[in-house]
Design a protein around this ligand. Structure first.
Ligand SMILES: Cc1cc2nc3c(=O)[nH]c(=O)nc-3n(C[C@H](O)[C@H](O)[C@H](O)COP(=O)(O)OP(=O)(O)OC[C@H]3O[C@@H](n4cnc5c(N)ncnc54)[C@H](O)[C@@H]3O)c2cc1C
Length: 479
């Protein structure tokens, strides 16, 4: 019998698992994908929003502001890339400039420090912004984070403190029996006192398996461009358009890996697994971005992607509980920024069902990553002497070594797929998008996991890369 079963290992499930791991509880996380943080938590703008934008007194406003303030300590403890570089919400017309005082008032009500900037002040901070800019709202507490690292680090730390993780297992049925829940997946049946539904886009289905009050989640797609890193300075703050009813609009922002994100679009779709991108929609994204920054170096484009927001009709987060069943539902933006505070709210609910006795040996920190490409040469050389595989570069674009890939595979919550390695230490995330390094990463995965090459997938268990030998003998013998 488990004390708590968490359904879904996105950022919300992972935060809740880590917070629960501080207590003497038996905890299981069930995730249907082949890795943690593989759905919405890995396809978003990666902004830790300041919290000026959500309407006051909503859960979004409250949890965003609380969550934002918690990120410095979390990222220090878990060695996750995070930077508070501040945001500028830009007005280019008189009509847009009239919105800024309303946004300032909202910021004040939400308790978010902001500042009104004039044309000259904006351009002295960000010279690449179009000269027609009239005014801007500066929010210094806005941050950018590495969302892939975040979810992996949270789960790694949770597992180090005793949490069990089952990947590739889909919850298909839930029933209530006596004082506990029975959860059925294709792999088996589990009993638990408390269930946390953190299933993202599918949280409505999980809720509807057991609760009388039914829910609906509608996917709202956001499409992006990703630019490579380059040496000439581009933008150094998060640049937002003026928000509308559709959301926060298109942004231009650096990432923690010195790439640049341009997007997202916002439109409702029917399918929860449609991650395709569309040229017409991306063209509109580019037009919106070029209103802010004229000379976007599109020659540096390396990728397009789409993420799906889990829209609930309330347009707010739905976090509630009944009889030991807890919903974390409708977690669209700013769900990432809010996640640490969402988890604290869920802890409060769980405390009403279970005694919280602290563990004596709880570890709040995880072992830092090597991050070779960020080190001074002296320190790098010292590490390479200690671990020679750190001197063997396998990804030229992102300067990732074999030793870092091996470490990403063998840590708790380690990578088992090409995408899993890419999310953790970035081979394949650069200019060649894996063209050069992918075969090397496959071989390292096969060797370290003691699997034949054709068992190494790109992402989930159906994303085969190699099927069978097409010629006898030769270098693919290990197939
Ligand atoms: C385009 C876009 C931009 C965004 N930008 C930002 C931003 O800049 N800042 C911000 O704060 N927020 C942003 N967000 C929102 C943020 O990404 C989400 O709020 C957050 O990632 C949601 O995390 P989650 O854990 O609730 O869901 P998910 O990450 O989707 O995790 C849910 C997990 O549940 C699993 N699951 C589902 N059904 C089952 C089942 N039956 N059995 C087992 N497992 C199951 C899924 O496989 C998935 O891994 C953005 C979202 C989008 C789409």
């Amino acid at each position: 019998m488990y004390d708590v079963i968490i359904i879904g290992a996105g950022v919300n499930g992972a935060f809740i698992a880590r917070d629960l791991a501080k207590y003497q509880l038996k905890i299981l996380v069930i995730e249907k994908e082949n890795d943690v943080g593989d759905v919405t938590s890995c396809a978003n703008s990666a902004i830790i929003h300041s919290g000026y934008d959500p309407h006051p007194n909503t859960l979004k406003a409250k949890l965003n502001v609380l969550g934002n303030a918690m990120y410095d300590e979390i990222c220090r403890d878990l060695d996750v890339e995070f930077s508070r570089l501040g945001s500028l919400t830009l007005a280019f017309s008189d009509e847009e400039a009239e919105q800024i005082p309303f946004l300032m008032e909202r910021a004040q009500k939400n308790g978010v420090p902001v500042q009104l900037l004039n044309h000259d002040e904006i351009l002295s901070m960000e010279p690449k912004i179009n000269k027609q800019v009239k005014s801007a709202l500066f929010a210094p507490s806005t941050g950018i984070i590495n969302p892939f690292e975040l979810v992996v680090a949270l789960m790694e730390n949770a597992m180090e403190n005793g949490v069990e993780l089952h990947l590739n297992e889909e919850v298909m049925k839930i029933i209530k029996e006596d004082n506990c829940y029975k959860i059925f997946s294709q792999c088996g049946e589990y009993s638990t006192k408390v269930v946390v539904n953190a299933a993202g886009l599918f949280a409505d289905q999980i809720n509807n398996m057991i609760m009388d009050s039914k829910e609906t989640i509608i996917p709202r797609k956001g499409e992006y461009f990703v630019l490579d890193h380059f040496s000439e300075p581009f933008v150094s703050h998060v640049l937002f358009s003026i928000p509308t009813d559709q959301g926060k609009g298109v942004l231009v922002a650096p990432t923690t890996s010195q790439n640049y994100l341009i997007g997202p679009s916002s439109h409702f779709i029917n399918e929860k697994d449609d991650f395709s991108t569309n040229q017409d929609i991306l063209s509109q994204v580019l037009v919106s971005a070029q209103r802010m920054v004229n000379k976007i170096p599109m020659g540096k484009l390396i990728r397009e992607f789409a993420g799906l927001r889990a829209f609930h009709v309330s347009n707010d987060f739905v976090i509630n509980h009944q009889d030991g069943f807890i919903n974390v539902l409708g977690m669209q933006s700013p769900g990432l920024a809010s996640a640490p505070a969402t988890s604290k709210m869920v802890m409060g609910f769980i405390k009403t069902y279970l005694p919280f006795v602290e563990k004596q040996n709880y570890k709040s920190k995880r072992r830092p990553l090597y991050r070779l490409n960020r080190l001074e040469s002296e320190e790098r050389n010292r590490l390479i002497k200690e671990h020679p595989s750190l001197g063997n570069i396998v990804c030229r674009c992102e300067q990732v070594s074999e030793g870092e890939v091996v470490d990403a595979i063998h840590r708790l919550c380690g990578a088992t797929s090409i995408k899993g390695v890419k999310k953790r230490v970035r081979p394949g995330a650069g200019k060649c998008q894996g063209g050069f390094c992918e075969p090397l990463i496959m071989r390292i995965l096969a060797r370290e996991l003691k699997q034949p090459l054709n068992k190494i997938n790109y992402d989930n268990q159906k994303s085969y890369i190699l099927l069978e030998k097409t010629k006898g003998g030769g270098q693919h013998d290990e197939l």
